[in-house]
Design a protein around this ligand. Structure first.
Ligand SMILES: [Zn+2]
Length: 367
């Protein structure tokens, strides 16, 4: 494995593929399974790094595509790299920009060389290739960087997905050749759309490179929940057991439990902060809209079992008032709670696997 990185599997569930591990990076450890908050633009929206640390966050995710467009990687490098720029001294992962180029940008053109698209900021033509994505990620300086991949849409034909998966493999070879920093771990991404044979072939191909970690990408892109389940259940157990496994863009209770039972370790999703900005609290897998009349005179905390700053200090009535008044503090307090809620959930799962009562304790989410 790359210098300063290791993954240790500490325990395994006796009835599923669920496992507990420790992923060590140059900026600290990630105790898996673990939810990663998303800080797209080098900021987990509305939270300071110290508030973020108090949620139990270990590794956070930031976004190559967005940081390249604004402020540009040179400015991040000028302040000493991404950790210093955003004031976060824990582990950081950057995605490669592949997913954003394919999902957000219009007028893109894909060739064997890479992808060209128009900047949504100034209309300038930008070319992102495997080499360029890795170069930008080397300059940003996150602990984990992701291979540049082609993400076919969920309505693509078998032939289109097959071609994209083969290209993702060729691009991975180029990513590996251009990766320059030993203090960064490059993860490969399993693509293959909804076609399980393409997914399992992609795993076989990726494993040849003996990378420090592997991700399952291209799920949660509009397909049915049953399809996500099928892809993850089929693909995850094929990945090497002694490497961290990251499921990209998934973060509901039900999806995370299913993925953990299939052997996945880390997860990211924008919903805890996005829902916070819509006045929504996440409570034991449910969504509560704090604008609802029932909360106006409710003087209990959002979740009496939650150790977060918000639940320890404020009532539903106060939060309902802040949301109704569109006070910015509402978004901070709800983001603190929602992120803590998901991290606590993965922490409870971790303890349950360690004590081997995972399937019993989380039975309601496993069905
Ligand atoms: Zn809370």
């Amino acid at each position: 494995m790359t210098a300063n990185f290791s993954f240790q599997r500490l325990a395994k569930c006796s009835q599923t593929h669920a496992r507990v591990g420790i992923f060590s990076t140059p900026h600290g450890v990630v105790e898996t399974p673990r939810f990663m908050p998303v800080g797209t633009l080098a900021s987990v929206k509305t939270l300071t790094p110290s508030q973020l640390k108090d949620t139990g966050a270990q590794m956070i995710l930031s976004n190559t595509y967005h940081l390249h467009l604004q402020p540009g990687e040179d400015i991040v490098a000028g302040s000493g790299g991404l950790h210093k720029f955003m004031g976060w001294d824990g582990p950081i992962l950057t995605d490669s920009g592949g997913f954003q180029v394919f999902s957000l940008s219009k007028m893109r053109k894909v060739t064997e060389e890479g992808v060209t698209f128009r900047s949504p900021h100034d209309g300038k033509i930008i070319e992102l290739t495997p080499e360029r994505s890795i170069e930008i990620q080397n300059i940003l300086g996150a602990d984990v960087i992701m291979a540049f991949d082609e993400c076919p849409s969920h309505i693509s034909t078998y032939e289109e997905v097959e071609a994209a998966t083969a290209r993702t493999y060729r691009w991975l070879e180029r990513c590996i050749l251009s990766h320059k920093r030993l203090d960064q771990a490059l993860f490969g991404i399993v693509q293959g759309g909804m076609y399980l044979d393409l997914r399992s072939q992609a795993v076989v191909d990726l494993e040849k490179f003996d990378l420090p970690g592997y991700a399952i990408g291209g799920v949660s892109v509009g397909e049915e929940p049953d399809m996500i389940r099928k892809i993850v259940q089929d693909t995850a157990p094929l990945l090497p057991v002694n490497k961290p496994r990251y499921l990209m863009g998934v973060g509901t209770y039900k999806e995370m439990i299913m993925a953990i039972a299939s052997g996945m370790d880390i997860f990211d999703c924008v919903i805890p902060t996005r829902w916070a900005r819509h006045g929504t609290a996440m409570v034991k897998g449910e969504r509560w809209n704090l604008k609802n009349a029932q909360f106006r005179r409710d003087f209990s905390p959002i979740d009496a079992d939650c150790p977060c700053y918000t639940c320890q200090n404020f009532t539903r009535a106060y939060l309902s008032h802040l949301v109704r008044s569109q006070e910015i503090l509402a978004y901070t307090l709800l983001s603190i709670h929602n992120i803590t809620e998901l991290i606590q959930f993965t922490q409870k799962v971790r303890n349950a696997i360690l004590n081997d009562h995972f399937t019993k304790q989380f039975a309601q989410w496993l069905n």
